[in-house]
Write a protein that binds this ligand. Structure first.
Ligand code: LMR
Length: 395
């Protein structure tokens, strides 16, 4: 029976890491998968996360099961990190479930939606994270794309986005990137979020927020302002939260699904549904990363140290954005100032598939096939080589 299976093409993002690993060149530059890198090209475990891990392990007396919705302290503390103190006034109508990474949270959210309505349809930004469509589509949800990024002006196609949302039927689900849009780095500003909130409420649309880079754009507060704004406005919302990047816990698969509904009774029903759905998907989420985050967020000294480290990471990315924009503009005589204005790990270079291939084959510069670059893969050391190579393929 298994002979009917066909070979799959490489994953558009993870395939870049695999190809990079095979390249023997000492000058190779990895702008592929979205992981933070320091000046030496390493992806560190933040100091505060290491300290929280040691303390957590020292205090841990059992590894017996928790529950399908995971560690309640983790759930509560991460919900507060995203919604702010007082949980944005949604304390009594929240349902929380720990999940295996932001991807697990997205998948659990999708399962909840299909359980609520088998006819559910979802709308994602054009473009969006390369795994959104396969991941959410595998839950059986039909997906369509809404206009989002204009590669000519490097701005959000805001009027077209509003027009599109204004055609959707009540109950349609709109997947929105809360900050650090992946793959473009182009976010909505607060006045645009306000307008989106009005449309969502007016048309009865359900926002599904994906937040994977909180703290890596501006800071923890500014990067979650979109979610806090919507939480005050919409009756129902779903949020998939990843702790992979901001806590450096990538392989520990640490995430949370947060659902805000209309009242405590509804929230209690949804909590039960999330537990049941998690049980059918992975039975229980992995504990280790969540236990570290719960410990860290509950310890004021560790928390403050982590916030400092996170601010340093965001600062380094934004410095690199400015350096890349300036150097690339000089070397190409074109305007790349938009790279400095965008936020998060990614920007999308205006390169076609042939130019992306040439960057890899001729200059050992690795990026996703759609021209998405991880800014954190640049460094002061490789900036000159990187921009020479990019300018050569753009000439
Ligand atoms: C990315 O976009 O590169 C990251 O979110 C990693 C992944 O799983 O794709």
């Amino acid at each position: 029976m298994l002979e009917s299976l066909e070979r799959v093409p490489p994953d558009p993002i993870l395939g870049v890491s695999a190809a990079f690993a095979q390249d023997p060149s000492p000058d190779k530059i990895d702008l592929g998968v979205g992981v933070y890198k320091d000046e030496a090209g390493r992806t560190p475990v933040p100091r505060a996360v290491r300290a929280a891990e040691s303390a957590m392990l020292a205090a841990q007396s059992t590894k017996s099961y928790l529950s399908p919705v995971g560690n309640p302290q983790f759930n509560q503390r991460v919900a507060e990190l995203v919604l702010g103190d007082g949980l944005g006034g949604r304390r009594t109508d929240l349902s929380l479930a720990q999940a295996p990474g932001g991807s697990g949270a997205l998948r659990l959210g999708a399962a909840l939606l299909t359980a609520a309505s088998p006819q559910v349809a979802m709308h994602v930004s054009d473009p969006t994270w390369a795994n959104h469509i396969p991941l959410l589509g595998s839950a059986g949800i039909p997906l369509s794309r809404y206009p989002y990024y204009d590669p000519t002006t490097h701005r959000v196609r805001f009027a077209e986005l509003c027009d599109y949302l204004n055609t959707l039927p009540a109950g349609a689900v709109v997947l929105l990137h809360a900050c650090c849009h992946n793959p473009t780095g182009q976010d909505l500003d607060l006045s645009q979020w306000q307008q989106i909130a009005e449309i969502l409420v007016h048309r009865g649309l359900l926002p599904f927020l994906d937040i994977a880079y909180q703290g890596l754009g501006e800071n923890l507060q500014a990067d979650s302002a979109s979610i806090q704004l919507l939480a005050k406005r919409v009756p129902e919302m779903i949020v998939a939260i990843s702790c992979s990047k901001n806590f450096g816990l990538y392989r520990e698969r640490t995430g949370l699904l947060l659902v805000a509904s209309e009242n405590a009774e509804r929230a209690s029903i949804i909590s039960g549904q999330l537990g049941r759905l998690a049980r059918t998907l992975w039975s229980m989420p992995p504990d280790h990363g969540a236990a570290i985050v719960a410990h860290l967020l509950g310890d004021p000294a560790l928390r403050s140290d982590w916030q400092g480290e996170l601010a340093h990471m965001a600062g380094r990315i934004n410095d690199l954005r400015r350096a890349l924009a300036d150097t690339l503009s000089q070397k190409t005589q074109q305007d790349f100032s938009w790279i400095a204005a965008q936020r998060g790990m990614f920007s999308k270079l205006p390169l076609d598939a042939g130019q992306v291939r040439a960057a890899r084959e001729q200059h050992h510069i690795y990026m996703a096939p759609d021209g998405r670059i991880n800014i954190a893969g640049a460094s002061n050391e490789n900036m000159s080589r990187l921009t020479e190579g990019l300018a050569a393929v753009m000439a």
